[in-house]
Design a protein. Structure first.
Length: 227
């Protein structure tokens, strides 16, 4: 990993730039802020979109901050189904000439839309599964491909805390079919060698039902629509 010159105990991010830098399988939009895949079954293609957070932004070690908004355009599709995607985010700090880059890996779990009981353990056509079984998206840091930055004499890397939606933070979220599902992508400056805290507790089935009922935001492969 690359080390950058030292910064004060608090640092200011002047710009955040993000682009989808790879996918499995390769789909349309690599190199841009929006991926698209699959053959439309009447509602358009499925996709991922990343919108950077507003800057300037003051950040502190071990304190969460907003990286940007992640959107899953969950549509019924045929053909190519996404399994994984990489998002490369460049953070430009005040006082540093070069960006500090982090690579986040998104695991995509396409579910069978017509299953009686969906992958989240909730009955189909209810709650977040109202329009067919919800898909699951998770995100982790590829630390080996991410830079470090020195703050107050300590080396830090830009880690990912998870998805924030419905007022809580989760390490994955379920996304409703035929909907643009949006969640905040939350990061944290974590000291090199520091262990990650326990993963946030997944939302229970009852909570999923409540979120679905409130039309809130709702990971493997599925048959999205009959061929």
């Amino acid at each position: 990993m690359l080390a950058s010159p030292g910064l004060a105990a608090a640092a200011t991010i002047t710009t955040i730039d993000g682009a989808w830098s790879g996918s499995d399988p390769v789909v349309s939009g690599v190199g841009t802020d929006r991926l698209l895949w699959g053959e439309s079954a009447g509602y358009g293609q499925s996709g991922y979109r990343f919108d950077s957070a507003e800057t300037p932004l003051e950040v502190f070690p071990d304190a969460s901050f907003l990286i940007g908004a992640f959107t899953h355009l969950n549509k019924p599709i045929r053909g190519t189904l996404l399994r994984e995607a990489e998002l490369t985010v460049s953070f430009f700090f005040e006082g540093l000439a070069e960006a500090v880059t982090s690579v986040f890996v998104f695991d995509h779990f396409e579910t069978h839309n017509e299953a009686e009981t969906c992958a989240n353990g909730v009955d189909n056509y209810t709650g977040v599964n109202l329009k067919g079984c919800a898909d699951r998206v998770g995100a982790t840091l590829n630390e080996a491909r991410s830079d470090t930055v020195e703050i107050g004499g300590v080396s830090y890397y830009m880690d990912i805390s998870g998805f924030e939606y419905g007022g809580s933070l989760f390490d994955y979220f379920w996304t409703e079919e035929r909907r643009e599902n949006v969640a905040n992508l939350v990061g944290v400056l974590r000291a090199t060698g520091e262990q990650e805290p326990p993963s946030p507790v997944p939302l229970p089935a009852s909570g999923l039902l409540l979120i679905g009922a409130m039309a809130a935001l709702g990971y493997a492969r599925s048959k999205k629509a009959a061929a």
